[in-house]
Design a binder for this molecule. Structure first.
Ligand SMILES: NC(=O)c1ccc[n+]([C@@H]2O[C@H](COP(=O)([O-])OP(=O)(O)OC[C@H]3O[C@@H](n4cnc5c(N)ncnc54)[C@H](OP(=O)(O)O)[C@@H]3O)[C@@H](O)[C@H]2O)c1
Length: 335
């Protein structure tokens, strides 16, 4: 059984699970900055210090929020900080308003890292290309990232939602230290599309985003009506009225297994993702301290072989209704 609580990224030990900051920028319903800062401080206190953000989250808001907490005392030293670039956005709106363009050219990357450093008040450790820009050569994108690494602006390079082929090609140009992909009990695509195989051959760890299925797998939501009207999930096909009820079937199965084991469905999902290997790091997000602690405690969960088999049967026996992103956003995946 893999050790569930420590992982290695770029040769450095990081705690698992990590923390995903996106929800702190009004993506899944309204967030409150003072409460978010208290939450981030608490994450540092308990040791949940592998943090994930991106320039696009809240159009810069997320990086500024995280930067404010990292500026306090010696917090920066305690956190392994990852951010991302590639979605062009309007930084004046305060909302995640993508212009729809994905950029991977040298000039864009050089401006994006400077802007991120300003908002964060520090250089990030890990810098991901959020989505691949197929109009730019990988030599240009990953050559530039290697230059940034040499200049000390970043330490590690990551990719997100690329194809297995692109991952292999990029890994010949730069040292790729992490691959971020959606992975959870209702999203195991990487097991079938060659991505997991490529990452393992290249010895690149998998940073599993939306490990709670954007909250769906926690069993907390039983109807679409429960979401605030501006909640991003309402744009995602899996959360559409016509798909919601069918998708609840996997939740019911996971809930039953979690109940038998005396853990919450959220803990089951996170511990199961972490149990896929010592190269898997789930990065759940939450806006509340009790849920942060609940998720952090998933590192204590140990499954028996029988339990793993039961969960795997539930996972493999289920096909989610609806794509995991709206149609336009699906087009940028797997490039
Ligand atoms: N690379 C990419 O393209 C990409 C895409 C999406 C996300 N990400 C990263 O991955 C991180 C995590 O993904 P995510 O935020 O999409 O989804 P997630 O972590 O799967 O789920 C977050 C949702 O689950 C709820 N939740 C969390 N813990 C819970 C618990 N114990 N019980 C009940 N509900 C709980 C949260 O609600 P509350 O906040 O109300 O607790 C929130 O609505 C993001 O923050 C971001 O950093 C990356």
């Amino acid at each position: 059984m893999a050790n569930l609580s420590v992982r290695v990224v770029g040769g450095v030990e990081v705690p698992s699970p990590g923390f995903g900051g996106m929800g702190l920028s009004n993506v899944y319903g309204a967030a409150n900055d003072e409460e978010s800062k208290a939450l981030l401080r608490h994450a540092i206190e308990i040791g949940q210090t592998f943090w994930d953000t991106a320039d696009i989250y809240g159009s810069g808001h997320n990086e500024k929020l995280i930067g404010a907490v990292l500026a306090e005392g010696d917090n920066r030293k305690k956190v392994f900080l990852a951010t991302k670039f590639s979605f062009e956005f309007d930084a004046t709106t305060g909302n995640a308003t993508s212009t729809g363009k994905i950029r991977g050219d040298a000039a864009y990357i050089r401006k994006a890292i400077e802007d991120s450093i300003k908002r964060l008040g520090t250089t990030p450790d890990l810098y991901y290309q959020h989505r691949v820009d197929p109009s730019v050569s990988l030599e240009e994108t990953y050559g530039t990232l290697e230059e940034l690494r040499k200049e000390g602006k970043i330490k590690y390079i990551g990719m997100s939602e690329c194809s297995a082929e692109t991952l292999r090609k990029a890994a010949k140009i730069a040292k790729i230290d992490a691959l971020q992909v959606e992975y959870s009990p209702w999203t195991t695509d990487i097991e079938r599309n060659g991505i997991l195989q490529a990452a393992r051959e290249l010895k690149i760890p998998i940073v599993a985003y939306s490990p709670l299925g954007r909250g769906f797998l926690t069993g907390r939501y039983k109807s679409v009506e429960e979401f605030e009207s501006n909640d991003r999930r309402l744009q995602h096909p899996r959360f559409a009225q016509e798909n919601f009820q069918n998708n609840l079937k996997i939740v019911e199965k996971l809930e039953a297994i979690a109940k038998k084991k005396g853990i919450t469905p959220a803990q089951l999902a996170l511990a199961w993702v972490a149990a896929q290997g010592d190269d898997f790091i789930p990065i759940p997000g939450t806006k509340t301290i009790p849920r942060l602690e609940e998720n952090w405690a998933s590192r204590e969960v140990k499954f028996t072989e029988e339990e793993l088999k039961e969960i795997r049967e539930a996972v493999d026996g289920f096909v989610a209704s609806g794509a995991r992103y709206p149609e336009g956003m699906m087009k940028s995946i797997g490039k």
